[in-house]
Design a protein around this ligand. Structure first.
Ligand SMILES: [Zn+2]
Length: 484
């Protein structure tokens, strides 16, 4: 008998867990807080808890089930044992249980609207006074989604936290969690993080559509001549391809599109990522998990023992990773990786800061891309305007007019629909290689690369402005512009 203190409960409250009680408590709630449903007697839900006086857990249980709750004490290990029998071993997935509670409905609605709008992130921000604001990031820009009144905001946040396997009782420590959201065609993976703020706990959800359509390298916005040179480097049997840019600049999408073009049937393609944003058919993908000892360097070294041809390293952010990746490229593998750097020439300096030797870099690097994502103008409402004189004065040659954003129903009043990339590429040739090995500065590397066709980001940005694809305002917002 696992009950350590029966607490005077009648025998009807005992084992086994009654199916009607199990049906009332979502499995993620039960597993997250070690709640064992036992029975429902005269409208009272009877459960076993490690601490039957835990007010937070009891509150959530009442909110989720809309039943009065009676809790009995039981050892945590015993509860977990019984839970596995009652619910089975399946991975936690957001379920429809308790759907009538207002907080549950509100959260479902927020998630559904964000997914429908193809949002990449959802922000649940507390306001002073207890209410909250929900915003979503669409095409790289935050926009309001919903205002949530005070009494509901805390309940919506708690619901999200428990779905994501976070400790709802703790609002003072940053936490992270994850869950799967069933959507129309497939499951969306959600990464949830919390930060305690002066106004309360702020939650951010990152939405990952892992089984969405694979990006097509030819349709990411790379200019045709640049694309041709990039593809040649990406398909080379050895060498390191680096894609640089800040967070949210589409670097990983470029790498996935590059992998998707490889002949995976005849090559061993391995990838270590944090997080895995998409599943790529035929590619061995490993998720970084430091708690389990899976770091970028350990996984990368393990790959090296498995006869690789192509290795993708989600991000180069430490010395060891950079060292193994550069060594692999020199040893005859193709390495794809991303790096936080503002532009392609400065990537060399970043890699040197990470401990890479210049002569090794010169030998290993085949292509360096830097990129940003800019919103593309809504073709239904964009307006043609004369290019202002102050801009024309700074450019060698500029057309008379360009398009600006206006906003209509089709684009939710933003003036933009979707995004495209803005790129620069250093196609590493002998002259650039010599410059890198010889200790050249970023400016000198850029100069050496010009002969092989290197043009800075702003050049591609302006080409897209004058082509009517995006606006000058958008380029100024996303790409540093010192011409004004
Ligand atoms: Zn429009």
């Amino acid at each position: 008998m696992a009950l350590i203190r029966p607490d005077g409960a009648p025998p009807a409250f005992g084992f086994p867990a009654m199916p009607e009680a199990v049906a009332r408590i979502p499995r993620e709630l039960a597993f997250t807080h070690d709640i064992l449903p036992l029975n429902i007697v005269e409208g009272i839900l009877v459960v076993a808890l490690p601490d039957p006086d835990d007010a937070d857990v009891l509150d959530v249980l009442r909110a989720a089930t809309r039943l009065r709750v009676r809790a009995l004490p039981m050892e945590r290990e015993a509860i977990r044992d019984h839970l596995r029998r009652a619910y089975g071993e399946a991975a936690p997935v957001l379920r429809a249980a308790g759907r009538d509670a207002p907080a549950v409905r509100m959260l479902d609605q927020i998630l559904a609207r964000a997914i429908a709008a193809h949002a990449s992130d959802i922000h649940l921000e507390p306001r002073s006074g207890g209410s909250g604001q929900v915003r979503m990031r669409v095409d790289g820009v935050l926009r309001p989604l919903e205002s949530v009144p005070g009494d509901l905001f805390a309940a919506v946040s708690s619901r999200l936290k428990l779905l994501a396997g976070m400790n709802i009782a703790d609002r003072r420590q940053p936490q992270d969690g994850r869950c799967a959201i069933p959507s129309k065609a497939r499951e969306i993976d959600a990464r949830v993080s919390s930060v305690p703020t002066v106004d309360g706990e702020k939650l951010v959800v990152r939405l990952l559509d892992r089984y969405g359509a694979m990006p097509d390298l030819g349709r990411l916005g790379m200019p045709p001549a640049m694309l041709e040179r990039y593809r040649a480097a990406a398909r080379a049997p050895w060498g390191c391809v680096v894609v640089a840019g800040p967070t949210g600049s589409g670097k990983t999408t470029t790498l996935y599109a590059s992998l998707a073009e490889l002949d995976v049937a005849s090559r061993n393609v391995c990838s270590v990522e944090d997080p895995i944003e998409m599943r790529v058919a035929g590619v061995t993908q490993v998720q970084v998990n430091p708690r389990a000892g899976l770091t970028f360097p350990t996984v990368l070294r393990a790959f090296m023992r498995q006869d690789p041809n192509v290795v993708m390293v989600g991000e180069m952010r430490d010395r060891e990773t950079a060292a193994v990746a550069v060594a692999a490229a020199l040893a005859g593998q193709t390495v794809f990786t991303t790096l936080h750097a503002n532009d392609a020439p400065r990537t060399i300096e970043r890699l040197v800061e990470l401990g890479a030797a210049r002569h090794a870099l010169a030998g290993a690097l085949t292509a360096i891309v830097a990129q940003r994502l800019v919103r593309t103008l809504c073709e239904r409402c964009r307006v043609r305007e004369a290019v202002p004189e102050r801009v024309r004065a700074t450019l060698d040659s500029a057309p008379e007019g360009w398009f600006v954003a206006r906003g209509c129903r089709a684009c939710s009043g933003t003036g933009y629909v979707g995004r495209t990339g803005v790129y620069e590429l250093i196609d590493v040739d002998d002259a650039t290689r010599d410059a890198i090995a010889g200790g050249a500065s970023s400016v000198q590397v850029a100069h050496a690369a010009r002969a092989a066709g290197f043009r800075p980001l702003i050049a591609d940005g302006l080409a897209k402005v004058f082509g009517g694809i995006t606006s000058f305002d958008e380029i100024v917002r996303v790409v540093a512009w010192s011409g004004l």
